[in-house]
Design a protein around this ligand. Sequence first.
Ligand code: HEM
Length: 243
Amino acid sequence: MHTFGTILCILSGFILLFAFGWYGYSSSLLGRFVEYYNGATLVKLHYIGAGCIVVMAAFNVIYHGIKGDDSILASKSDIKDSIAEIAVVMGVIGDGSLFGIKGLYLPKSIKNVLANLFGRMGIDKPPHAGKWLPIEKVEYTFVFSVLIAVLIITGFIKVFKWKLMATMSPLGYVHNVVYTASWLHDAAAVIITLFLIVHVITASVIPVSWPCIKALVTKKMSLEHVKHHHEAWYKEIMRERGR
Ligand code: HEM
């Protein structure tokens, strides 16, 4: 549901943005598409996507809050571990190759320089990944959660902009609030789209993440994969099974 909502918001949002021109910084494309363009329908589609995002965000916070499940939130050590994870994927530490694809190796000289640099930061071993990889936790906590929060807050300001304009004073102040909210909404929209593109490309290029993509649909993952790539999670499962 949140994937559907996000895709719908990105598509409808960017058509809305570029159709009217970007706050005077780019010319309106409306003229070119005027025969196909229906602003009201696009706004409705945007609201449907926004609804999905708001419901899913609330569900995530309430459901996991009640369960006390904060396993996806990054801790201090996850930042260091996510750098180690990038180093593993690049084949700089551990025995992996670039992006985990055999045959794609970094030249040894570059690897040595990087290994030295990471070593000085105390990063010389692959991280013990739990259910979530360290980089996923960092991305979720510091990038996606923040951007979604900004999109929702500024989105609501935009939804109620006419009511705000009518009730709040002085008018200049309200205008600035709505204008700043629009800017933040668009900046967050661009950044989240770029992150999602990188997120999808890296997940499709790195073979280790393929079973995780399959698990998104099947909700199942082989114990063998968990054992080799999510060591801490494997230990947890074995502990729960009493082995
Ligand atoms: C991934 C999520 C989202 C993206 C990428 C996105 C992007 C955009 C973009 C590019 C625009 C057009 C430019 C503008 O008017 O500022 C827009 C408009 C708007 N967005 Fe979003 N948005 C998202 C989520 C949301 C959410 C969650 C809400 C509400 C809570 C929301 C409410 C609005 C409103 C009210 C408008 C103005 C529509 C109009 O022209 O009347 N958006 N959005």
